[in-house]
Design a protein around this ligand. Structure first.
Ligand code: SF4
Ligand code: SF4
Length: 175
């Protein structure tokens, strides 16, 4: 690991925790040739597809529209970003997401048009507020949960594989 990445591991007194994690994720992304292999590439592509499926079903049952209209009472509160793992940020980078601070009040990743991340962690993917739950039929709720469950299963397998590669090939155990 080079000096900038080492500094990012110890520099939390100067940066927020999430900015520190983003710096580490960017460093790891710069080393992606030592991380990627066929299995990881395949899971990345499966995850991309699964996220599309989740998006489609969220749009289909009206969750996306409701969340877009939520505005100031959005559940994407400040501090949620601190729960994010470096590997989830790295997977966003591997799927072409440009990680930056959102322009809305609340979570670091929140923009005025919604979440700026493509790959989100379980606490964001699985969360549906009471208002949304009440508005969905039982069948729609089950369909949403099943589709998002597939996305999260792939994310879990992918994250574990990536962590192992980072430990083995980059000699980094900080994840
Ligand atoms: S889940 Fe509920 S509270 Fe959260 S953004 Fe959507 S509508 Fe708003
Ligand atoms: S969905 Fe995105 S903006 Fe909302 S809390 Fe999760 S990471 Fe933050």
């Amino acid at each position: 690991m080079d000096n900038s990445a080492r500094e990012s591991k110890t520099g939390s007194y100067r940066q927020s925790q999430i900015e520190n994690k983003i710096r580490i994720a960017r460093y790891l992304y710069s080393q992606k040739d030592k991380i990627l292999d066929d299995k990881i590439e395949k899971l990345l592509s499966q995850l991309d597809q699964a996220i599309d499926e989740s998006r489609k079903i969220m749009e289909g049952v009206g969750v996306t529209k409701a969340c877009r209209e939520c505005g100031d009472v959005s559940c994407c509160g400040k501090g949620i970003e601190e729960k994010y793992e470096v590997t989830t940020l790295l997977i966003n980078l591997l799927l072409g997401v440009e990680i930056q601070k959102g322009d809305a009040e609340g979570c670091y990743f929140l923009t005025k048009s919604g979440c700026s991340l493509k790959v989100r962690e379980v606490l964001c993917v699985n969360y549906l507020c009471d208002k949304i739950r009440r508005s969905l039929s039982h069948d729609d709720l089950v369909a949403v949960q099943e589709t998002c469950g597939k996305e999260l299963d792939i994310l879990f397998s992918l994250s574990e594989l990536i962590k192992r590669k980072i430990r083995e090939n980059l000699d980094y155990n900080g994840l």
